[in-house]
Design a protein around this ligand. Structure first.
Ligand code: SF4
Length: 348
């Protein structure tokens, strides 16, 4: 599924978003760059507060401003500059870029039935009559795992449980057949059967060419869907690569710490939140067991290829140990592969 990124569906370069609060200004997104191809699933992983959601919400400008402020970088979607002042982002959101929020209530209007909201989402963006749109709404509700969809289509959001509301929000995000779906924890509150159904649905859409930018703490969902993984810490990407490579050979000490929290069954555990990160050098160095003098000062370390130097799979880490003059084996040997447990075939 993964392409060569020569003409990506989404290209993000050096994105920077600040969040201003009484306690000070946080660099919530601090120089983030990545691409998503058509038919490719890219997954952002990292603890809460690492900048994943703010990154996604900055792409189409839906991050609340203030307190946030997008201060730099470029976001190009299918050749369209999403940060240009004259770009009609509202026409692209919903129609070409669907967004599933972590809190489904963000996407649901309590005043209208879910059917009305789905029909509106379909007819705003596609030229179909209302009867056809209603049929499609019922079909979509069924495909995201809402039982008795033909009856439930006329229910209101408050009549759905949290997990059901999340599925309805996924249906609304997919209603206009977007080219890119940005999904923040779309499978959190659903059981494994519904999760499998959602994964099948998303896989089918990926096969049809949709791009997917996914946030999840669930490594099984990552293993089932992602082509590539981006690991975020402190507003920056610290490791990137094909999902198999990152799972099998976690290279950055933060990725290793994150994977160490994995209980072998489902979700990555939350790590303790911290008030402040180092203002310069490697953001992770206060907690890093391998930190050396050169980890301090200047910018976040640049990306170095992980592997033998001949590697071309794009697996890279933002850590000095993968640069010249260091023995990367010191760090690499400390990593615990999660590939087997995340892709294990036990049947829960
Ligand atoms: S750059 Fe230094 S502090 Fe940062 S992860 Fe690598 S060894 Fe640790």
């Amino acid at each position: 599924m993964s392409g060569d990124h020569s003409d990506p569906l989404l290209a993000v370069e050096d994105l920077r978003t600040l969040i201003r609060a009484d306690r000070g200004t946080v660099r919530a997104v601090d120089g983030v760059s990545f691409a998503v191809d058509r038919g490719e699933a890219v997954c952002l992983v990292g603890e809460s507060g690492s900048g994943k959601s703010v990154t996604c919400e900055s792409l189409t400008g839906i991050v609340p401003q203030p307190p946030a402020e997008i201060v730099g970088g470029s976001v190009t979607f299918d050749g369209i500059d999403l940060r240009a002042a004259d770009t009609d982002r509202s026409a692209i959101r919903g129609a070409r870029i669907g967004h599933v929020f972590q809190n489904p209530q963000h996407a649901l209007d309590p005043v209208y039935s879910v059917g009305d909201q789905l029909v509106e989402a379909i007819t705003i963006h596609r030229e179909v009559d209302e009867a056809t749109a209603r049929e499609r709404a019922i079909d979509l509700l069924g495909r995201v795992g809402i039982p008795r969809a033909a009856q439930r289509v006329d229910d209101y959001p408050h009549e759905f449980s949290g997990g059901m509301a999340q599925r309805v929000a996924v249906a609304i995000a997919l209603a206009a057949e977007p080219d890119l779906l940005i999904a923040d924890e779309p499978t959190t509150a659903v059981d494994v059967t519904v999760q499998a159904r959602l994964i099948d649905l998303l896989r089918g859409l990926l096969d049809d060419g949709m791009g997917l930018l996914l946030i999840t703490h669930d490594l099984r969902v990552v293993a089932a869907l992602a082509d590539r993984v981006l690991v975020m810490f402190g507003g920056t990407i610290v490791e990137r690569g094909p999902v198999e490579a990152v799972f099998d050979r976690p290279a950055h000490p933060y990725t290793q710490a994150l994977f160490d929290s994995y209980d072998g069954t489902t979700r990555l555990a939350e790590r303790p939140s911290r008030d402040e990160l180092p203002a310069d050098g490697c953001r992770f160095r206060a907690e890093c067991p391998h930190a050396v003098e050169s980890c301090a000062g200047g910018e976040q370390p640049g990306f170095h290829t992980v592997g033998d130097g001949a590697s071309t799979d794009g697996h890279a880490a933002s850590c000095v140990y993968y640069g010249d003059g260091y023995d990367a084996e010191v760090i690499q040997s400390a990593g615990r592969a999660v590939q087997q447990s995340a892709t294990g075939d036990d049947d829960d």
